[in-house]
Write a protein that binds this ligand. Structure first.
Ligand code: NDP
Length: 434
């Protein structure tokens, strides 16, 4: 706390992890030695840089760029880039810290990193987004590479932004290093099923949690927050499994469609036209639109999938979900539930899939994209989806096993943190005090 004042999101993420590691330290004191905790909570490196660009009116704009290279003990740094007005050092560090254990859980050889800028792509022209991303990459390219650090997308960074960044990296560095970024377009090194991976993976994870209680997505009512990349493909997969998804949102408000959300309309509005979710009701007048985000959790549902942003479910929203009989929560977004909300879900025996396990499908398929790039081949959609499904089942099983082994059966927060941590800590111990 002394070393990172004012970094509330980062401190929240570290507290959640460290609290749940207590049973590991009790059983294996070696994990308290060698300065493991002090080292794992301190990034290996963090760069902050100026991103100047010229807007369509000819005015110079200046944003702040970040890249945190948090931990490389099990592989090159890997983690997305977020472009959102709220981005600051605390948010990048919380995301980078979470990424260490998430990447470990996937079973792939990838370390933890994250980056982004306080740039808001909303309302910017294509040309402005291109000028900004080119300026951002002109600096970032000094620190990344296919065997060093491999960024991907996150909030505000999709195929368009990755494309512009890849072009600029290639222009400056020369050669064709396809593996330097993931989430690329299919025509130039992208992997099939990467776009779908985080949303699909979250639903695969929740499906495993439900199965253990003889429950399923079929005929259940689902609420998904957000309407971006993760949300869209969570809605898609949940619907394929027979659920009725009745609500989704953006940062202005949410829609409720008791007949079930029409995904094609959401995709067109958000992926193609880049419009607000409020426009949904002009196409589907039977649906209702409400201003504000947190009201979405007052819609009764069996399964809630928060897929928008951090701390979107506080204690109050969690209580409403519990009172309305929610059976399972699957975190598609990073840290969408506050610590108090998580405690409330666990106290009430609600099935709870924590972010670093439930949303690890995106980075897992990114690692598959890196593998395909280095082998210079492309797998089919079915092949990648099958591997994703297998990885999510493994993450679930490993989290269940670790929770049981350390005396917290059924607690996937503890299980995922321990399963992710032990592998990284063992590698850190083996590699000495660095
Ligand atoms: P997108 O930018 O595609 O979508 C984000 C969605 O969340 C949009 O609907 C956005 O609304 C909404 N949102 C963003 N910020 C806020 C806010 N402060 N309050 C309310 N709503 C907000 O991002 P992704 O779908 O890629 O990411 C969503 C979450 O999933 C993030 O937490 C991200 O870190 C996490 N994640 C993403 C992965 C990926 O592969 N993309 C992998 C693992 C985790 P609006 O359009 O109004 O901004």
């Amino acid at each position: 706390i002394k070393r990172n004042p004012n970094e509330s999101e980062f401190l929240q993420a570290v507290k959640e992890v460290f609290d749940s590691l207590i049973p590991v330290f009790e059983k294996n004191p070696k994990y308290m030695e060698n300065g493991i905790l002090e080292r794992i909570a301190e990034p290996e490196r963090m760069v902050t840089f100026r991103v100047p660009w010229v807007d369509d009116q000819g005015k110079v704009q200046v944003n702040r760029g970040f890249r945190v290279q948090f931990n490389s003990s099990i592989g090159p740094y890997k983690g997305g880039l977020r472009f959102h007005a709220s981005v600051n050092a605390s948010i990048i560090k919380f995301l980078g810290f979470e990424q260490i254990l998430k990447n470990s859980l996937t079973g792939q050889p990838i370390g933890g990193g994250k980056g982004g800028a306080d740039f808001d792509p909303k309302g910017k022209s294509d040309q402005e987004v291109m000028r900004f991303t080119q300026s951002f990459m002109t600096e970032l390219c000094k620190y990344i590479g296919p065997d060093v650090d491999v960024p991907a997308g996150d909030i505000g960074v999709g195929a368009r932004e990755i494309g512009y960044m890849f072009g600029q990296y290639k222009r400056i560095r020369g050669g064709y290093e396809a593996g330097v970024l993931t989430g690329k377009g299919l025509g130039y090194g992208g992997s099939l099923a990467r776009t779908e991976a985080t949303g699909y993976g979250t639903v695969y994870f929740v499906e495993e949690m439900l199965k253990d209680k003889d429950l399923s997505f079929a005929d259940s009512t689902v609420v998904v927050s957000g309407s971006g990349n993760v949300s869209i493909y969570a809605i898609d997969k949940a619907s394929q499994l027979g659920a009725k998804v009745v609500a989704c949102s953006d940062s202005n408000g949410y829609i409720y469609d008791k007949n079930g959300i029409n995904l094609e309309t959401v995709k067109k509005l958000k992926e193609v036209e880049r419009k607000r979710i409020s426009e949904y009701v002009t196409v589907h007048p039977q649906a209702e639109y409400y201003e504000g985000c947190s009201g979405i959790w007052s819609i009764p549902c069996d399964i809630a999938l928060p897929c928008a942003t951090q701390n979107e479910i506080d204690k109050r929203s969690a209580q409403i979900l519990v009172d309305n009989g929610v059976k399972a929560i699957g975190e598609g977004a990073n840290m969408p539930s506050t610590l108090e909300a998580i405690d409330l879900f666990l106290e009430n025996d609600i099935l709870f899939g924590p972010a670093k396990a439930a949303n690890a499908g995106g980075v897992a398929v990114s690692a598959l994209e890196m593998a395909q790039n280095s082998m210079k081949l492309a797998w089919t959609f079915e092949e990648v989806d099958k591997r994703l499904h297998g990885i999510m089942k493994n993450i679930y099983q490993n989290s269940v096993k670790a929770a049981k082994e350390y005396g917290y059966p059924g607690n996937l927060v503890v299980g995922a943190n321990i399963a992710g941590f032990v592998k990284v800590a063992d590698a850190m111990i083996a590699q000495g005090i660095i």
